[in-house]
Design a protein around this ligand. Structure first.
Ligand SMILES: C[S@@+](CC[C@H](N)C(=O)[O-])C[C@H]1O[C@@H](n2cnc3c(N)ncnc32)[C@H](O)[C@@H]1O
Length: 197
């Protein structure tokens, strides 16, 4: 039987390795997992020339993976409220002309965006996932992808979070006009693709 569980870091960009070192040094406790990153890289590669949005830059771990999957014409905007965290991403990735970093509340940012204007949204903060889910989904183009992570139970969840996760999954399951899959991959992903109707 071939081993499926290969080391996810295999396809990681060098930028990710350096950001991962800094992230560990800083003790940032909400980093995206390498398997999530590898998955995002693959999805980004499926959208040549695509417009991508990350809500919750953190230190830029997933940002690095997304950029590694994107072609030269694709563009990524990454939003966070924490300048100190995003500074790590800016230092490592800020010279890449395909990425724009924004410091703003994710929900306020989303609500300023044109409907059906993104090919991929990685919702990795409360906004776009637990707040403003409809705002985020409305910004996905037909054929575009919305990804939410941290769907599997984690020890650091605050009281009431499990119910929010259940509510999110319920809001997505069987949603008309969307194809949705829940994945026990990394910290648990839910992926929704807007159908062209
Ligand atoms: C799970 S972490 C993001 C991890 C990151 N994507 C990575 O690859 O490691 C969540 C991030 O959301 C940010 N955040 C919290 N509230 C936010 C808000 N209202 N709008 C935008 N970002 C927010 C936090 O500062 C934190 O960096």
């Amino acid at each position: 039987m071939p081993a499926l569980d290969r080391t996810p870091e295999t396809g990681a960009p060098e930028t990710w390795r350096r950001i991962a070192e800094t992230t560990a040094r800083l003790g940032f406790d909400m980093p995206s997992e390498p398997r999530t990153g590898a998955f995002l890289k693959m999805l980004a590669a499926a959208k040549p020339g695509g417009r991508m949005l990350e809500l919750g830059t953190g230190t830029g771990l997933a940002t690095a993976w997304l950029l590694a999957g994107m072609d030269a014409d694709a563009r990524l905007t990454s939003v966070d409220v924490a300048p100190d965290l995003q500074a790590v991403a800016r230092a490592e990735l800020g010279d890449d002309p395909r990425v724009e970093f924004v410091i703003e509340d994710g929900l306020a940012f989303l609500q300023r965006q044109t409907p059906a204007s993104y090919d991929l949204i990685f919702a990795d903060a409360m906004p776009g996932k637990y707040e403003g889910l409809e705002d985020a989904l409305a910004r996905v183009r037909p054929g575009g992808i919305w990804i939410g992570d941290d769907m599997l139970l984690q020890g650091n969840w605050p009281d009431g979070h499990e119910a929010r996760v259940a509510g999110l999954l319920q809001a997505l399951q069987g949603r008309e006009g969307w194809a949705v899959v829940e994945m026990a991959w990394a910290s648990g992903l839910v992926v929704a693709v807007r159908r062209k109707l």
